[in-house]
Structure formats: C-alpha cells, structure tokens
Design a protein around this ligand. Structure first.
Ligand code: AMP
Ligand code: ZN
Length: 467
C-alpha cells in the first residue's frame, strides 16, 4: 500500500511500526459551534481511510480530539453570557449527533483537552527541562530557534518565517515565531492551576499531549485538514520530538479543502453550510459519494449541481444493491457465472494507491454495467455469483466507503404507516418547532427518514415523499 506523506512530499510504502497494529490520530473539531461540511469532509475522509485499513486487516486504534478550551469558545461563552464549559458541552453533544448522521464510525477515543490538563502540564515541564520552553509572567512559550528541525513538515525556512512574522508583536516572547504552550488567565477567563500560575493550555500542545498519552511517542498516521500543516502540525512535531527525542509521526496525511466558488469553506468567511443543514436536504449517501468521487488530497468545489448528480449516483448504487438482494432468493444455482474478483482486485488496486476513492467508485459503477450486460447477453446470473456480488458490495461500498444504505428501503406498501399517521407526526414536529424544541423536531424528521419517508418543508407547509 502506498500513502502520500506530507513529510516527504511523495507516495511511500505503508509500513506501520508494529503491524498489524496501526495508531491513527486526526485533529478534530473546536466545539464552539455546529460544524460545517468542510470539517465534515475531513471527518468523513478520515473515517474512510480508517475503514480501508481495517479492510486490509490492520488493527486500527483511532483517536480524534475535541478542542474544548480555546479563544473562540471563550468569545462564544461571553456572547452567550454563560460558562465556556457550557458552550463546549453543548457543541460536543451536537458534534456527536452530527457525525452519526454523517455515517462516521465511532472513534476508539475522543479525548478532550480539559480532561488532560495534567498530561499537558507534564509535557510542558519536560520541554522546560530540556530548555525548549521558557515562562514569562505566567505564560509559557516554545523556543522555536532551539528546535533545529523546525519547518521540516511545511518546508518553511526559519529566517523567511521570522521576517514575515515581525507584525506579531508580543512583548513577552523572545522571538516572534515562539508560540504559547500555556496562557495565563485574564480576568474572567476559565483557568486551571499550574506551576506557572492560573491559566489554560495553548492549542498545539493538547494534540502532542493526548496523542502521546493514548497512542505513544511515535504514531503511524496523523491526519487533519491542510490548513493545519502550518503552524499546528509543525508545532506538534517541535513539541513531541523536542520532548521525547523520537520521531513523532511516520505518515502525515492532509485533506484538501472543501471550497465554495474556489474559496475555502470557513466560519470566518461566512460561506458555509452546516452538516445538519445539508443533511436536511440531501441523503448522507449522496454526500459521501460526492466526497469519495474526489481524491482526498485535492480541492473540492461544493455546488448544488454536484450534489444532485451525486444523489442520482447514490440512488443508482442503492437500487442496484437492493435489486440484487431481491433477486438472490429466486436465482437458479445453474445460472451463468459472474467474475466479481476482477472488480475486487481493481478496487483494492485503486485504494492501495494512496486511497484513490474516485477510481474505486468508478469500479463500482463499472460493475453495475458489467452485471447488466451479462444479464441481457447471457441470461440470469447464478445464485452463487449473486451472493459473491452482494458480499463484495457489503465489504466495499458499505463497510469501507459507506455510500449505500444497507437497510431495506421500505416501499409505500411496506412502510406500514398510513398517510394519516405520517401527517400526525408532521403536525407533532410542527408543534415541537413552534415551542423551540428543535431536537424533538429533528428526531421526528430523522426517524421518518430512517423509515424511508422524506419530509419536504416549503412556505406552504410540509409534504412527504415515500422513497
Ligand atoms: P476546526 O473545528 O476549525 O478546528 O476544524 C476541524 C477539522 O476540519 C480540522 O482538521 C480542519 O483542518 C478541518 N477543516 C476546516 N475547514 C475545512 C475545509 N473547508 N475543508 C476541509 N477540511 C476543513
Ligand atoms: Zn491537532
């Protein structure tokens, strides 16, 4: 298997330290708001990489952190006149609800920075002992000049960075590139006790401390959006390798941006759709198909047209799968054979080549063509071949890519709900919305969706469609 490693700038053979174990850490959300589908792209693609490693027989230990203390959380708590921990809890809960909606498998650990303050302090003390950190009036900074390898990941040169960083005036820092490991608490800010006084951790140190605690000093894969290469991941290397004197990460993986009209989707630019909002209007399988049809490293321009094309593609895959299941029972054992292995080999070849999901998805559409052609040219396919086809789709389109709904889709006749009953639920949802119980309203809508009943809101009211 080949993986593109940001550290070397090329594809490398994947050789984890201790096969079949693989340690895998992805930078997760800062929980100050609902996440958008740009973040969602990173969460979904990271999930697919992990699932493919499992498909290949690796035993993956997968960690995604939650940044639950940070400037943006404090700002939000001030504007909401509440505690920062209340904001963090509210949006952590929302994060967990939304990743389930995105079909993302649960990580082995979701560490939160505030649960690891002791580990963070311990790591900062180690850096101080090694003279890589210094404290000034309750703040602690990393001394970038003292880490010779600084810039190794991003390819940035220290002198160029220094001339570019002059604008960052912070009286306490010895050098403009030095970054905060510990920040002293300003009046009214949340704080923890530390050897340097009351304060809170900087952002970069939490990932170094938590990955070390849960996965050890050297981890196989560390991933995140490409916006994190510099400074976040560069600083993580400086901290972890500075403290432990060991290689921190073997393979650095970075996801391309989800863009809107060629601009990165971000909260600050205001050009975003929350994952929640998109999944009100589109199926998760269509969204995942859209994401997998672009390579994870490349940029992806989101548009409604692309989403509609993906919806048609996802429906085609799903209809094929369910028709296949429907035909197995009545299939003859004597029918023609269909060679699924050719497609299995092509799927593996594509995914082994730096997780080439667009190629892997193309193999699935080719398979549909191949099956249809075989059926028309040579009569029905045998039962054994159909069973093999189904297990191939189960292992690839469902277990790895998550682009087909494996649940049987109910027909109008089998949904078992009369139109009157559905209308009653629509009225109940309306009442819930009126009294601002949006969670209940979403619960009803999602529950109906799982039964194959899609609600459509318009100015005239809500209608439904049975899929
Ligand atoms: P944040 O909550 O901003 O810290 O971001 C959570 C994760 O989403 C990080 O790994 C980011 O790199 C990633 N991310 C943020 N914006 C985008 C985007 N537009 N496209 C892809 N990934 C993104
Ligand atoms: Zn991180």
């Amino acid at each position: 298997m080949q993986i593109f490693n940001t550290l070397s700038g090329k594809k490398e053979k994947f050789l984890p330290s201790n096969p079949p174990e693989v340690s895998f850490y992805t930078c997760g959300p800062t929980v100050y708001d609902l996440f958008h589908i740009g973040n969602g792209r990173t969460f979904i693609m990271s999930d697919i990489l992990r699932r493919y490693l499992i498909y290949k027989g690796y035993n993956v230990k997968y960690v995604m952190n939650l940044t639950d203390i940070d400037d943006r959380i404090i700002e939000k708590s001030n504007s909401m006149k509440t505690k920062s921990s209340t904001v963090a809890t509210q949006y952590s809960d929302a994060f967990f609800e939304d990743i389930v909606r995105l079909g993302v498998n649960e990580a082995d650990y979701y560490p939160k920075a505030t649960d690891h303050i002791a580990d963070i302090i311990h790591l900062i003390k180690k850096l101080e002992e090694k003279d890589l950190a210094y404290s000034v009036n309750g703040d602690v900074f990393y001394s970038v000049d003292k880490f010779a390898k600084y810039g190794i990941l991003s390819g940035k040169k220290l002198d160029e960075l220094e001339s570019g960083a002059r604008v960052d005036v912070n009286e306490s820092k010895k050098s403009p590139l030095d970054f905060a490991l510990w920040k002293s608490a300003k009046p009214g800010e949340p704080y923890w006790d530390s050897p340097w006084g009351k304060g809170r951790p900087g952002w970069h140190i939490e990932c170094s401390a938590m990955s070390n605690k849960l996965l050890g000093e050297t981890i196989d894969i560390h991933a995140g959006g490409s916006d994190l290469i510099f400074p976040h991941h560069e600083n993580e290397i400086a901290q972890s390798e500075g403290a432990h004197g060991q290689q921190f990460v073997k393979y650095w993986i970075h996801f391309g941006f989800l863009n809107i009209k060629d601009e990165k989707m971000s909260k600050s630019l205001g050009n975003f759709f929350t994952a929640r909002d998109i999944l009100q209007r589109h199926s998760v399988y269509a969204l995942r198909l859209l994401f997998t049809q672009t390579h994870y490293r490349g940029p992806l321009n989101y548009s409604e047209e692309l989403m509609e094309a993906a919806t048609r593609g996802a429906e085609k895959l799903s209809n094929f799968y369910h028709e296949l299941i429907g035909s197995i029972d009545s299939a003859e054992t004597k029918g023609g054979t269909f060679n699924t292995d050719i497609y299995r080999d092509r799927f593996i070849e594509a995914m082994d080549d730096d997780f080439n999901t667009p190629q892997a998805v193309a193999v699935l559409f080719d398979l549909i063509k191949g099956v249809n052609k075989k059926n028309t040219d040579e009569g029905r396919i045998s039962k054994d071949s159909l069973i093999d086809l189904k297990s191939f789709l189960d292992q690839t389109a469902i277990d790895v890519l998550g682009i087909i709904n494996s649940e049987a889709l109910p027909t109008k006749e089998s949904s078992g709900l009369s139109d009157e009953l559905i209308k009653l639920l629509i009225d109940l949802r309306q009442e819930a919305k009126k009294s601002k119980h949006y969670d209940y309203a979403d619960f009803i809508r999602d529950g109906l969706k799982n039964l194959g009943i899609e609600l459509r809101d318009s100015k005239e009211g809500t209608t439904f469609k049975i899929n």
